[in-house]
Design a protein around this ligand. Structure first.
Ligand SMILES: Nc1ncnc2c1ncn2[C@@H]1O[C@H](COP(=O)(O)OP(=O)(O)OP(=O)(O)O)[C@@H](O)[C@H]1O
Ligand SMILES: [Mg+2]
Length: 465
């Protein structure tokens, strides 16, 4: 019934109590070990895996509280139940601080012990499950899940990794929509020593300011008409963890001022509260806007911006990430294959790969993900071809600075000469007819340009110099 590592350690200096307890425990199928002193208990603890410990407080060579502290330091999951002869407030407080799970009075009533143990085991099981789930979360949301090997991306990840393990209290993530701010925020949380505490997110654009305030700060009973009872806010619920303030650019100015105060003072008050409570959460704020610019225009508090931007991680737009879009495309293709068993899309066609590298990606990774999801459903062949991609992809959204990206080979082909002349015309137009400047734009000499124009018989183009 019980697992082998749920052994119960019974610590009491009175042999009679130890044996009575041990007998009862055996009859309920628990495996037990006995210890009569602090030293003995700690020795057993070093050698065996103990699930639950029943601890007498007064021992010949010290206090059960010492054992409790030692055990909790080494193995926080082990459950300690204190057995107390008399109610001593000082000891009770010390035991609670030390993380005791429960208390049982002497003389021990066996039925009470049985119920207490059942609860204790349940708690232990829950703790274990939480721990396993958190570990899985940490893997699921870790930095390793962030795809990208381009220089700007490597830099952003490196900075975020370093910030994650530091003790900074607030971080600002800036990046266009779909660049992965959510992803970064979680990765920072799960890579930090806050990982075992909660990660809570709130979207500042989705709720009215008063609601955000009561969500964050909590409120006292009677603070406003609907405050029927006290409510803990996210600042309290996330104790020890991280709060993600998404779209902070949308937060109302008055609330920004309150947030700034919280960050400056390291404490907050519930709405309607009189007491300052310590803030023990890390704030990660995110925005897809340029908050500094907003600050200068008066729509964001500059003082809050400066406070938040002490540590600012700029997540590059996808169009600045070179070949990352190809890696991401492959990632989403593999994912689509997994989702549709037996589907075997191998990758992008060379043409699509080229298009991807030059595309503007206004929606960044989210846009790419959606695009691949769609193509993977519609595509029958082995490769994602342009047939099932939206026409935008090779139309005007193409980045203007994207080295020659705007030139596309028409389906019916085109004479090289025509292209040359067309480009020469455009260059001259842009430079107001100045041959030297136009030649520079075309990466040829002034004489070469003049020669080509002459050869094409384009007499009407005249040199303005
Ligand atoms: N580098 C990346 N590697 C893998 N997946 C990514 C990457 N960047 C973004 N994604 C995925 O793209 C989608 C959008 O990312 P995310 O929601 O984090 O963007 P965001 O910056 O928060 O956007 P918004 O400003 O619109 O809230 C998510 O599905 C996310 O998992
Ligand atoms: Mg987001």
């Amino acid at each position: 019934m019980q697992k082998i590592h749920d052994k119960i350690l019974v610590v009491d200096d009175e042999r009679f109590i130890r044996t009575t307890l041990a007998q009862a425990l055996h009859s309920w199928n628990y495996e037990t070990i006995e210890a009569a002193s602090v030293a003995e208990a700690l020795k057993v603890f070093q050698e065996e895996e103990i699930g639950i410990v029943l601890l007498d407080i007064d021992l010949p060579d010290g206090s059960g509280i010492d054992i409790l502290n030692e055990i909790k330091a080494q193995s926080p999951e082990t459950i300690a139940v204190m057995i107390t002869g008399n109610v001593d407030v000082k000891n009770t407080i010390a035991a609670l601080r030390g993380g005791a799970h429960d208390f049982i009075g002497k003389p021990v009533r066996l039925e009470e012990l049985r119920v207490t143990l059942r609860n204790a085991l349940e708690t232990r099981q829950l703790r274990r499950e939480v721990k396993i789930a958190r570990k899985a979360q940490a893997v699921k949301f870790g930095f390793d899940q962030i795809i990208g090997e381009s220089e700007p991306m490597k830099k952003a990840i490196e900075l975020a990794r370093r910030v994650a393990v530091s003790d900074v209290g607030s971080i600002l993530l800036q990046g266009e929509t779909g660049t992965g701010k959510d992803l970064f925020a979680r990765a920072i949380h799960y890579a930090s020593d806050r990982a075992t505490s909660p990660y809570l997110a709130i979207n500042c654009a989705a709720l009215p300011a008063t609601l955000i305030e009561s969500e964050l700060f909590g409120y006292e009973k009677g603070a406003f008409t609907d405050a029927k009872s006290r409510k803990e806010g996210l600042f309290e619920q996330a104790q020890g963890g991280t709060i993600f303030l998404d779209e902070i650019g949308e937060m109302e100015l008055a609330l920004q001022a309150k947030l700034l105060r919280v960050l400056e003072e390291g404490s907050f008050r519930r709405v309607g509260g009189l007491r300052d409570l310590p803030l023990n959460v890390r704030i990660i704020a995110a925005s897809n806007q340029n908050l500094k610019k907003n600050g200068e225009e008066g729509t964001f508090r500059l003082d809050l911006y400066y406070r938040l931007s002490v540590i600012q991680v700029d997540i590059p737009a996808l169009r600045e990430r070179g070949d990352d879009c190809l890696m991401l495309a492959q990632f989403y293709i593999d994912k689509a294959n997994q989702k549709r068993n037996g589907r075997k899309l191998r990758g992008l066609s060379p043409e699509v790969a080229r298009l991807f590298k030059n595309y503007n990606w206004i929606g960044n990774v989210r846009e790419l993900r959606n695009l691949i999801e769609r193509a993977s459903i519609l595509e029958d062949g082995e490769f994602v071809t342009s047939a099932h991609l939206p026409a935008d992809l090779w139309k005007d959204k193409v980045s203007e600075t994207g080295n020659g990206a705007a030139i596309k080979l028409p389906p019916e082909g085109i004479a090289m000469e025509t292209v040359e002349i067309e480009l020469a015309r455009q260059a001259l137009e842009r430079c107001g007819g100045n041959l030297t400047h136009a030649a520079k734009l075309l990466h040829i000499s002034r004489d070469q340009l003049r020669y080509r124009l002459k050869k094409s018989g384009d007499g009407e183009i005249e040199d303005v110099e």
